[in-house]
Design a protein around this ligand. Sequence first.
Ligand code: AMP
Length: 419
Amino acid sequence: MSTFKAPKGTYDLIPPYSAKYLAVRDAISGPLRLSGYGYVETPGFEDVDLFARGVGESTDIVTKEMYTLTTKGGANLALRPEGTASVLRAALEANLHKAGGLPVKLWYSGSYYRYERPQKGRYRHFSQVGAEAIGAEDPALDAELIILADQAYRTLGLRNFRILLNSLGDKECRPVYREALQAFLRGLDLDEETVRRAEINPLRVLDDKRPEVQKQLVGAPMLRDYLCDACKAYHEEVRALITAAGVAFEDDEKLVRGLDYYTRTTFEFVHDGLGSQSAVGGGGRYDGLSEMIGGPALPSVGWALGVDRTVLALEAEGVELDIPAATSVFAVALGEAKPVLFGLVTELRKAGVAADISYGGKGLKGAMKDANRSGARFAIVAGDRDLAEGVVQLKDMESGEQSAVALAEVVEVLRTKLA
Ligand code: AMP
């Protein structure tokens, strides 16, 4: 062991466990790639103001959880705590919104950083796959994203998750509600920090999990009763489209989420087997974000699904992903057979067969151990005498059966057997 360890709140992905993460990323991005979303990749850090303005000055993410740094050149940067602001920034910078039809549909996958108190399911470095549909106001787009996330989770085999849905209103109706809620909150007995939060971001107080706060919130004005007709109609259409797709959801009028940029549709995917860190993903509409970061009006909607927590959810449900063995064929060379088998392994790999060979000059016993450990379905064993006869021994690692196969035919024989 080295004297160094992974920093607090982080962990390494190690084979074979790491294969699950790749499978989860593939399962989440698969439906997006079939739905017109193009891949986007942005830097791991951005100008700190992008997040301050985009995510919101009053949010925990910006005030407490950002990793910030000043470069030698004097630039103030932050490791990205989330994906949406960066992706929108990149789309605006590349003028994607002017290039052709809207919406611009993008997906991404990467690492995110938040200085949080680490616990199971909550890390300082975590991984998300996300999707953004930029520049169109259309309930079908909100519905599409929710349906695609549902499809991703179901493809993976998850069942015990729920979709929570709410509307946060728009710039017409939310301010009216905000004032009504503030007036109500001012009459409560709250601690200093919560009083401050009520002034800056009163909707977040509804999200307060403490029972003494929840008790006082009974009878608070609810946004549902303040939604303007346009927001109400929009929300009804989103609900109808998701319902028609056979995707179940729950209306959750207290769902506000931790980022300031959301308008209208907001949703969260929660898994019931995860304890306190139950959100496996979330998202919503952010019609004002583009203008907040200096762009034109571009109503947009998106989500981000947490890869770490999705893996935990799979474990909680006991779902075993169908991950094929990394190696299908393993070569064991005896005597002077190594160069020939090495060449054969190269041929197999070119033919698309996952193949490996024993390294380090091991004898038969050690090399066969390697073959077993690799999980390969077949082993190719050959010594000088086999090669002199123009054959290799093909061993079925499941049945233990072994037979000689002509060297010139091995690739084809194995391709057929493995197909
Ligand atoms: P958010 O941007 O906070 O809505 O996060 C979207 C998703 O990312 C969440 O539902 C989680 O699955 C995941 N996530 C957010 N923060 C963390 C974290 N600190 N550790 C692990 N996963 C996280």
